[in-house]
Design a protein. Structure first.
Length: 362
């Protein structure tokens, strides 16, 4: 027994010495390039994606040229975060020793996530004693593993770690220490990259990227002109009205696909008829928008309902009568971090969200 413990200790001391050496950026020289190992089993497959050339180029620059440690893709559901990340992986996969794609919809808590990642990054070798491997893995932090190999870890649906019904950014109890882990990954030297896909901008990331060159956020925008190809593929009619439809649905590819089905079902594919109907019918988009709405706290709901009644962009000096100054500022900042409010000449709602909220209060 004593012999076994001292064997474990001596292996641990040797390993930690190696790890300490790797902490300095100057000494990051992979001696023998390891066999690449990629697990994309949880990454969805897509057919016929339109290339988001500019956003892909930006992401490649951040990852390959600037060694970004944490990149966050934000945007409402359906805008194309997962699809963009999937395309990105194809462009950068040969530059990483390890690639792991996991969804937060399938992971119960932070401990499970960490052990899962570590197990993937450093699985036991057939020749190794499992008790020694477990001992070493528990002592070596995730950060050590990110230093030992160049890893790309994609965590999808990160908003699932945040508490609904509160202002944005508070972790659920089972993800309490996530902020600390993110800070560690963002602040320490390594050549790996964590890619977070989320509806809501985590607070640590907002703070990290103001002071840290290695942490970046890319708001994923609508498809722009490429959105017409979605309507064309769905064989909708009245091409001259397509730009109006695209604007209403913010060129969101999922939303446009859903509404295209409604237009085909009820209006024989006529965009003109759909748009001239007295109220804007959201069809199967309602349950999707409801998921976003249900995550809001009371002050955000009050503010969103008030914003939906405003015809012009709202200045920061204006506020709804039912909220105090402090609650108004907190709520508007939180809605912005959830991509539910946009800031141009003032604060506005996307037309489809405005309509959803109007339906709720009418
Ligand atoms: N670049 C694209 N070209 C064409 N369709 C797209 C593109 N990006 C997304 N889509 C469509 O929109 C749907 C939603 O995209 P997804 O990436 O899953 O959104 P998100 O992850 O932001 O919720 C996809 O299933 C796909 O049909
Ligand atoms: Mg997604």
């Amino acid at each position: 027994m004593m012999g076994c413990i001292s064997a474990i200790k001596s292996i641990f001391v040797a390993t930690s010495t190696i790890n300490q050496k790797k902490r300095s950026p100057a000494t990051f020289t992979p001696r023998n390039k390891p066999e690449p190992r990629h697990d994309l089993s949880q990454a969805p497959e897509y057919n016929r994606l339109h290339n988001r050339t500019e956003q892909l180029a930006t992401l490649k620059q951040w990852i390959l040229e600037e060694n970004s440690r944490i990149i966050t893709l934000t945007g409402l559901s359906g805008i194309g975060k997962t699809a963009l990340a999937r395309q990105l992986v194809e462009h950068v996969e040969d530059k990483f020793d390890r690639i792991l794609w996991r969804s937060h919809r399938k992971l119960p808590n932070l401990n499970a996530l960490q052990s899962h990642i570590i197990e993937f990054l450093a699985p036991p070798q057939p020749s190794q004693n499992p008790s020694i491997v477990n001992y070493l893995n528990s002592r070596n932090s995730l950060l050590d593993h990110l230093r030992n190999h160049r890893c790309l870890i994609i965590l999808d649906d990160f908003q699932e770690t945040l508490t609904p019904g509160e202002l944005v950014g508070n972790y659920r109890p089972e993800y309490q220490n996530y902020g600390q882990l993110i800070n560690e990954i963002g602040q320490h030297t390594h050549h790996s990259c964590l890619l977070l896909l989320t509806w809501e901008h985590p607070l640590e990331i907002a703070t990290l990227e103001t002071e840290n060159f290695y942490c970046k956020t890319l708001p994923v925008l609508g498809l722009g002109k490429l959105a017409t190809e979605i309507l064309s593929a769905r064989k909708l009619k009245d091409q001259k009205k397509w730009s109006e439809l695209i604007e209403i649905y913010s060129a969101n590819p999922l939303w446009l696909n859903i509404i295209a089905s409604t237009i085909l079902d009820l209006f024989n594919g006529s965009v003109q008829e759909y748009l001239s109907y007295p109220t804007l019918y959201l069809g199967d988009l309602e349950p999707i928008l409801k998921q976003h709405y249900q995550r809001l706290c009371e002050s955000e709901k009050i503010l969103l309902q008030w914003l939906a009644t405003q015809d012009q962009p709202v200045k920061i000096s204006q506020k709804p009568p039912l909220l105090s100054d402090a609650d108004f500022l907190k709520a508007i900042q939180s809605l912005k971090r959830r991509s539910l409010v946009e800031k141009t000449s003032g604060f506005t709602l996307q037309p489809a969200i405005k309509q959803y909220v109007k339906n709720l209060i009418s």
